[in-house]
Design a protein around this ligand. Structure first.
Ligand code: DGJ
Length: 716
């Protein structure tokens, strides 16, 4: 890993990748991004391939594309200047190469554990007419990931207005690429989509206030032949939890511009004299080894250099959550019955979900009134926590602190604390409104209210929920010319609260949630190392959701629970074994009324928990490979391999049983070819070469939704 500057060219290299930027006539050209190339060869690019800068900017791959000077693709930036124009001409001034990686103020970001993890480069550009500076920040990590963000500084005596600003922009010639993205909706988040790139602009984004269930701030350009293990993939993932826009443009000359950044819809930011604006950062990954190669880099970076705190690399507890078991209808006795059964099968943490506070017996009231409901919990949070602790279980709690119910004491006291436009109706979703986190005093209230809860009992875990999108995005505390800043100010306010709470309570494991996986993004992972993947707990649906989510996000970030059948979301009945094995392919838990389960069911769960405990480190922190896609086949198959390659675990799931079909064979990945592996389930010993080239067979004597687990251990 290194950053070298010579002959007006920057070479950002890791072991396997190079990213090369040239300075031509004080402008920045993107020369190359891909497999590592030697630094000497770049003369070829500068002299021959891209000698067109002066001729046609539509043809020249640019690092910081601007507006209205002959390039008609989307610019990286559009600013309203004092003379009313938006024409800028940012030119190279200087640069700074550093060991390690500086922090990105107020925003979540990847970081170094030690300086040797990454090298960084800041390139300073200045507008030719006005004293406005743009700093492009790059870091190249050992694992090959490159991060990029932009800081815009106003050195003028007057204010300017940013109307559009991307976090990363990348130009390259098209090589018949396809676009990959993760789309979905509530209860079917992050499904894998791939389609051919066509002329014009393909764009998607969120204007819902959160990154959302519907889209994820991720896309990739993949070569035609790309599959899980082969082909070139260029991937982009923005470290942000609010509105964003991703756009890929293919122009008539076959030049691609790929961008991701602030969603310009309803966004603008006034930058006063001396102020600066930081964009969120984007993590860019190139893989010459298909999607598994891409995911390997994201997983390693996010586990080691994005997630923080005590739990980032610690085994996550196996939990029981009472939501699908009781919904709002519970009291301490009922909860303790579930807890006792949970303890008896080996569960480690009891999570009390929605409904423990105010008069919340359904979803129509009490958000904001964070006082315990003593009718349901006569001995309070402290009382139930102590009882659970005496039983040998840790205690976790659900909260939804960003919200306010119109039917609450908090709303009676502060009817103007929610996002709203005065005199207009306030649109409710799930009977609730969103607190205005662009206001400091409301952020302080939330921080204090949550701190009080956390100090009131021995709480080991928090599930931080957020169950609606934003409407009437307006703040009564801001002047009218700053209203388009509200959605970003909200996200900054939220990050500020989470920073304060996670540093004040370092021993608590925080899990993010937003009506399931509506805010599953790297921004949240900076504060909370795991997220509830989806409200859909059906095993069949989860094969797809977890497969798609794993494209970018490590297994240790995904909350996955076994629930009752028929499933509450789909009505489908799947075997308990399959439900267990799908769920143990993430951070494992249960979410059903264990006091109603039969002895046979409890016995099977006890077996699952024992198995998970034995393999927890391998699953949560091993190298993960996807083998067969549920989006393209009747199977979902994935595999975990330990760092030393001595242990591996395969989970294979069949969707529907098919008649008169040949059994399917699949090849294992990532083993050491020279090792001999014993398959624990049948004692057979096979070499890594055989397992990776000949493969193994899915035992095909089973019904719909069946699963199988294979464990391989290297013999000494
Ligand atoms: C949505 C979450 O995703 C569920 O798991 C549950 O916590 C409910 N909210 C509670 O209201």
């Amino acid at each position: 890993m290194s950053i070298i500057f010579k002959n007006n060219t920057f070479y950002l290299s890791s072991d396997n990748t190079s990213y090369v930027i040239g300075i031509e006539d004080d402008k920045l050209s993107t020369y190359y991004w891909g497999k590592r190339i030697p630094e000497e060869n770049i003369e070829y690019y500068t002299k021959n391939l891209y000698a067109t800068w002066a001729f046609n900017k539509d043809l020249t791959p640019q690092e910081f594309p601007e507006y209205a000077t002959g390039d008609y693709k989307n610019p990286v930036i559009e600013i309203e200047l004092p003379d009313g124009s938006s024409v800028t001409d940012f030119r190279y001034k200087t640069h700074n190469i550093m060991k390690g990686k500086p922090d990105l103020p107020q925003l979540p970001h990847t970081y170094c554990n030690e300086d040797a993890d990454a090298d960084s480069l800041d390139i300073y550009l200045q507008d030719a007419v006005y004293d406005i500076t743009a700093v492009i920040h790059y870091s190249v990590f050992k694992c090959g990931a490159i991060t990029k963000s932009v800081t815009l500084c106003n050195g003028l005596e007057t204010g300017i207005r940013i109307n559009r600003i991307a976090s990363a922009s990348f130009d390259m010639f098209n090589d018949n690429y396809q676009i990959v993205s993760l789309h979905g909706a509530w209860s079917r988040e992050r499904h894998f989509y791939k389609h051919q790139l066509q002329k014009g602009i393909y764009s998607f984004g969120s204007n819902r206030g959160t990154s959302s269930h519907n889209v994820n701030p991720f896309f990739a350009l993949a070569s035609q032949n790309a599959d899980e293990n082969h082909g070139d993939v260029y991937a982009f993932n923005m470290v942000y939890s609010g509105n964003f826009e991703a756009a890929v443009e293919l122009n008539p000359w076959n030049v691609i511009r790929a961008q991701i950044g602030m969603n310009p819809f309803e966004f603008s930011w006034k930058l006063e004299k001396g102020e600066s604006f930081n964009t969120p950062e984007t993590v860019m990954v190139f893989s010459a080894d298909g999607f598994n190669g891409m995911s390997g880099i994201y997983h390693s970076l996010y586990r080691n250099n994005l997630c923080r705190g005590k739990y980032k690399l610690s085994p996550r507890p196996i939990l029981i959550n009472n939501w699908e078991a009781t919904y709002f209808d519970f009291d301490e006795n009922k909860l303790m019955k579930i807890a006792e059964k949970a303890k008896s099968i080996g569960v480690e943490l009891f999570v009390l979900d929605d409904g423990w506070f105010g008069k919340r017996n359904d979803d129509k009231s009490s958000l904001g009134d964070w006082q315990v409901n003593t009718e349901k919990l006569p001995s309070g949070l402290d009382g139930i926590a102590s009882k659970l602790n005496s039983l040998g279980l840790k205690f976790g709690l659900w909260i939804e602190p960003e919200m306010i119910s119109p039917d609450s004491k908090l709303y009676e006291e502060h009817p103007d604390w929610c996002l709203h436009v005065p005199q207009r109706e306030r649109s409710q979703q799930r009977f609730q409104l969103v607190l205005d986190l662009s206001r400091r005093e409301i952020c302080d209230y939330i921080t204090d209210a949550v701190s009080k809860i956390l100090e009131s009992a021995n709480i080991s875990y928090i599930k931080w929920d957020m169950n609606r999108y934003m409407t009437e995005v307006y703040s009564v505390s801001l002047p009218k010319d700053r209203q388009k800043e509200v959605s970003h100010r909200y996200v900054l306010g939220l990050y500020g609260i989470m920073e304060r709470l996670t540093s004040r309570f370092p021993d608590i494991l925080f899990e993010g949630c937003s009506g399931g996986g509506g805010r599953f993004d790297p921004g949240m992972l900076y504060y909370m190392p795991q997220i509830w993947t989806s409200d859909d707990t059906d095993a069949y649906e989860r094969m797809h959701i977890q497969y798609g989510t794993s494209m970018v996000y490590p297994i240790s970030t995904m909350g996955c629970h076994v629930s009752a059948v028929p499933n509450h979301q789909t009505g489908r009945t799947t075997p308990l074994k399959t439900r267990g094995e799908v769920s143990m392919s993430g951070n494992f838990g249960y979410e059903l009324d264990l006091s109603k389960c039969s002895e046979d069911e409890l016995k099977e769960m006890r077996r699952q928990i024992e198995f998970y405990k034995e393999n927890r480190t391998l699953i949560q922190f091993g190298r993960y490979y996807r083998i067969m896609s549920p989006f393209e086949s009747n199977y979902a198959i994935w595999q975990f391999v330990s760092e030393d390659k001595k242990e591996s675990l395969v989970f294979a799931f069949k969707k529907l049983n098919e008649t008169n079909k040949t059994a399917i064979r699949f090849r294992l990945l990532g083993l050491d070819g020279k090792y001999k592996y014993k398959m624990v389930q049948n004692g057979m010993v096979l070499s890594g070469e055989v397992l990776m080239n000949v493969g193994v067979v899915f035992p095909d004597n089973m019904g719909d939704y069946e699963s199988c687990v294979m464990k391989f251990v290297a013999e000494n």
